[in-house]
Design a protein around this ligand. Structure first.
Ligand SMILES: [Zn+2]
Length: 191
């Protein structure tokens, strides 16, 4: 059986330029992203707190906006505020963000930006089509993205559509999927 969370290497996460509304953002993974991002970005958001390269001296230094998210977790309480701020930054500059694999946390921010910039679209489907098919990984990430959509009916449709895909990844990570049930050890009872 093919496990859904088998280690997937996606070198295109070295810094992929993706459209959000009328603007462009760069998404990546700290496993692959290099110092070229310094030349492109005006604001960098390491979602895993890692900047995996040295800044090149003599060149413009992008602003670094620390926004750590919990790996395989959800989003903070003020997520809508953070996403609005970053969408504004993307419209006035060049926003680059990344996490470790480039799927969960990076996908969550990309889908959240799409949710605000293009509220009539399905932000998870769009993030997966524009960024990577593996983007958005947990139920709490899905909930955080869906909450940004203005229409309750659209929220319900998008949540229902993607529930199965995120819950499978989440259960796989937690070892609850595709593992044989372990027989309970027999214990000898003394009379
Ligand atoms: Zn990928």
């Amino acid at each position: 059986m093919k496990l859904i969370d088998e280690e997937v290497k996606h070198p295109e996460h070295a810094g992929k330029i993706v459209k959000v509304g009328n603007t462009e953002v760069m998404v990546g993974s700290s496993n692959y992203i290099g110092r070229e991002v310094q030349d492109w970005a005006t604001i960098m958001v390491p979602l895993n707190e890692k900047i995996p390269f040295r800044f090149q001296p003599g060149r413009a230094l992008p602003m670094v906006y620390w926004l750590p998210l919990v790996d395989y977790g959800g989003v903070p309480e003020n997520w809508a505020h953070e996403v609005r701020f970053l969408l504004d930054q993307a419209r006035h500059g060049r926003l680059a963000f990344w996490c470790t694999g480039g799927h969960g946390r990076t996908g969550t921010l990309l889908a959240s930006l799409i949710a605000l910039a293009e509220p009539d679209k399905d932000p998870i489907a769009e993030a997966r089509a524009r960024g990577c098919e593996r983007m958005v990984e947990t139920l709490d990430q899905l909930k955080g993205i869906v909450k940004l959509l203005p229409s309750a009916e659209h929220q319900r449709i998008v949540f229902t559509r993607h529930y199965g895909t995120v819950i499978d990844v989440q259960r796989q990570k937690q070892g609850q999927l595709f593992t044989d049930p372990q027989p309970k050890p027999k214990t000898k009872r003394s009379k």
